[in-house]
Design a protein around this ligand. Sequence first.
Ligand SMILES: [Mg+2]
Length: 230
Amino acid sequence: MRKRLVLFDIDGTLLRVNNINRQALIDALTTVYGTEGSARSHNFAGKMDSVIIYEVLKQAGLNDGHIAEKFNTVKNTYIDLLQKLLRPEDVLLMKGIRELLKELSERKDIVLGLLTGNFEGSGRNKLAMPQLNHFFPFGAFADDAHYRKDLPAIAVNRAQHYTGKAFSSEEVVIIGDTEHDIDCSRSFRAKSIAVATGNYSVEQLSSHQPDALFENFSDTERAVQCIVNV
Ligand SMILES: [Mg+2]
């Protein structure tokens, strides 16, 4: 039986968090660096949290050395703040996601994991609100690498540790809502499924040529068949 390792992005793909997420980062940046940089208007979609922190602070004139010095402090401050602020009503689950995860988790030919630009601490907090963490025993996060394209290999290693199986690139499916998820998938020669439940439309995602493209995952059966056969 061919097995597939299916790696989900979080924001815009599984769920959406309201403005609390951005506010937690703004508060953490202000507390630790004395400036929020461009965090209020910066486009976060599909980017690693670590990269976002560097980008918004550089726009306020801080250099790499200065940012690196307090990076762990700002990361932990942001994760703590988000945990304190986040309530279940701040998190909107995307259409069809719970049904899709339930269906996939019951299949013997599917192994589920995360591949996300979130730090593990903040990502797990977001997933805890709609109680999705149990679907994802492992993942690759912003803590693990600076570039998203380095995350698939890390997720594959963790999958091997968890299941005993060494997944090849073509057995990996990466599901996300931005061009960055599609590019990341392509760089690993994995299969890429894009879903237009984030900030990008079907037309915008289509121009980046994912292997499959969905408006949303409301049709569970069609989504499962695509994930298994893509
Ligand atoms: Mg996303």
